[in-house]
Design a protein around this ligand. Structure first.
Ligand code: MG
Ligand code: ZN
Length: 368
């Protein structure tokens, strides 16, 4: 008898017939193999609309890596209580697949905790990582780890890193871990949990630990234009090197946080330097993915910032001029998606920002 072929999410069922001598034995072997996507690297350019990307493409000396991605799409960014989202609700939609109110992190609008892709990946044996150029407890990275109805409760959010679901986290935010109102030093707990806690890029690069906490600034890292240039690429390289040692695969989120801050500042140079800097990190990821063959890279944004528009420019001289809305506020327009690797075609078209999480789970073949 051949067993009924059940479809088990993305698993593959292999039916093998073995014949021996004059009697024919039928054996059913069910071999569950991993689906084509073993690793996912998600880039979030905070506040990165199409104008921000095209501005960087227009002035960059070299073509952006982003521009070479084969699939493009759009994401709708509205939050549960506002047409225009903030980074808390935007991050939560991407990380947890749930629309929440502006200001909330990893919860429903009623403040109930919702599971993030990081937590599910961790539960299923994948290695996990979160990188940010802001402090690691800031809204976007926090959405992948923490559950808090207030995005500014940074010290509470730092506590949530002690749940151990993130193997590698690198960004700023040392103060929220060990210069706290409650006088606790969370780095003591992290070390007990097996993390190598490092405070500079050199120590980070030299660490051989599978669990890494890189707190590379008291609060936020510097701007790309003020000494940070290339650091996100190095952080990405280290995270991939560390996480890819896990045979079960990995999920990594990399945030270019300050594209948003450039938009709030209505500052063209700030924005393009941050987009170009994130693109360098995308290049590191793409280099790995090309060799690896089982890695999906998705680049998107949580929302657009500044209502940025390009009013003119010169292609051969690589210049562009931009305008912004009055206060450099977030806007409600759709944001771009760029994807590369196995499963990348799933991200073309127009999607809601809650789509990422369910699609990631399907491609990885893991369940909630
Ligand atoms: Mg952010
Ligand atoms: Zn913002």
């Amino acid at each position: 008898m051949i067993g009924k072929i059940k479809s088990v999410s993305a698993a593959v069922l292999l039916v093998v017939f073995i014949s021996t001598g004059c009697s024919v034995k039928e054996a059913v072997k069910t071999e569950i193999t991993r689906p084509a996507v073993k690793n996912i690297i998600l880039f979030i350019g905070d506040g990165m609309g199409t104008a921000q990307v095209y501005a960087a493409m227009s002035v960059s000396k070299n073509p952006l890596v982003i521009e070479s991605f084969p699939y493009t799409g759009f994401s709708k960014t509205w939050s549960a209580n506002n047409y225009v989202t903030d980074s808390g609700a935007g991050g939560t939609a991407i990380a947890c697949g749930v629309k929440t109110k502006n200001g909330m992190i990893g919860t429903t609008p009623d403040s109930a905790a919702v599971t993030s892709i990081t937590e599910i990946a961790h539960k299923n044996g994948l290695a996990t990582g979160i990188l940010s150029t802001s402090h690691i407890t800031h809204a976007t990275p926090a959405s992948f780890v923490a559950h808090n109805s207030g995005r500014s409760n940074y010290e509470d959010i730092a506590n949530d890193f002690l749940n151990g679901t993130v193997d590698v986290f690198i960004g700023g935010g040392e103060d929220y871990f060990r210069n706290r109102e409650d006088n606790k030093d969370l780095t003591v707990n992290l070390k007990e949990m097996g993390y190598d806690v490092v405070y500079n890029l050199e120590d980070l690069k030299n660490s051989g630990s599978a669990k890494l906490a890189g707190l590379l600034a008291k609060k936020d890292l510097p701007k790309a234009s003020e000494g940070r240039s290339g650091m996100l690429a190095e952080m990405t390289r280290k995270a991939i090197e560390t996480l890819s040692r896990d045979e079960d695969g990995f999920f990594l989120m990399v945030e270019g946080s300050m594209i948003d801050w450039g938009g709030h500042a209505r500052n063209f140079d700030y924005i393009v330097s941050e987009v170009i800097d994130m693109d360098e990190a995308v290049g590191v990821a793409r280099e790995f993915a090309e060799k690896n063959g089982e890695t999906l890279i998705v680049i998107t944004a949580d929302h657009e910032t500044g209502g940025m528009y390009l009013s003119g420019g010169n292609i051969s001289r690589k210049t562009a001029t931009a305008g912004f809305n009055e206060k450099g506020d977030h806007t409600g327009i759709m944001v771009p998606i760029f994807s590369y690797g196995p499963g990348a075609e799933k991200f073309s078209g127009i999607h809601d920002n809650t789509f990422f999480m369910s699609q990631f789970l399907e491609l990885l073949g893991v369940e909630k």
